[in-house]
Design a protein around this ligand. Structure first.
Ligand code: ADP
Ligand code: MG
Length: 142
């Protein structure tokens, strides 16, 4: 599924729709360059789950847990992971295979433990289509 957005608000709204439709145990990976809109999309997803708390990039912790919404929201940023064992230490399986929505940034660094059943989200710019243009691809894996 490919979406195109032309403003941060549209990306937020797409995220909100994903959050509203999310079922327990859903796993999204989220990939894209710095400043492309990953946090904007994550904020939309959180809003769609009914989370009012501000969502920031979980840069200094591997996972940020938000429990006030319709489903728990597990926001991972594994950029600073040194060893895959750190994922075991935080008990990642309880998140990935639990009843919440997991959103994983920098998921390529933990490729070997990603659930097969997940949806990969990629956000890309295309400056020929304007500064605020974003192509957002959702690719379901099995
Ligand atoms: P990332 O988390 O990927 O590093 P952010 O979400 O923090 O990126 O920042 C994205 C930046 O791009 C914001 O300043 C936002 O206003 C801007 N922006 C412009 N157009 C869009 C768009 N279509 N979708 C999302 N963000 C956009
Ligand atoms: Mg970010």
């Amino acid at each position: 599924m490919i979406y195109e957005t032309f403003s941060p608000e549209e990306t937020f709204e797409l995220g909100k729709k994903l959050g509203e439709e999310a079922k327990p145990g859903l796993v999204y990976t989220l990939t894209g360059d710095l400043g492309v809109g990953k946090t904007v999309l994550a904020q939309g997803i959180a809003a769609g789950l009914g989370i009012e708390e501000a969502i920031c990039s979980p840069t200094f912790t591997i996972v940020q847990v938000y429990e006030e919404g319709r489903l728990p929201f597990y926001h991972f940023d594994v950029y600073r992971i040194g060893d895959i064992e750190e994922m075991d230490e935080i008990g990642y399986e309880d998140y990935f295979y639990g009843d919440g929505l997991s959103l994983i940034e920098w998921s390529n660094l933990i490729q070997e433990i990603l659930p097969e059943k997940r949806t990969d989200i990629t956000i890309e710019k295309n400056l020929e289509k304007g500064f605020d243009y974003r192509k957002i691809t959702l690719q379901e894996q099995q």
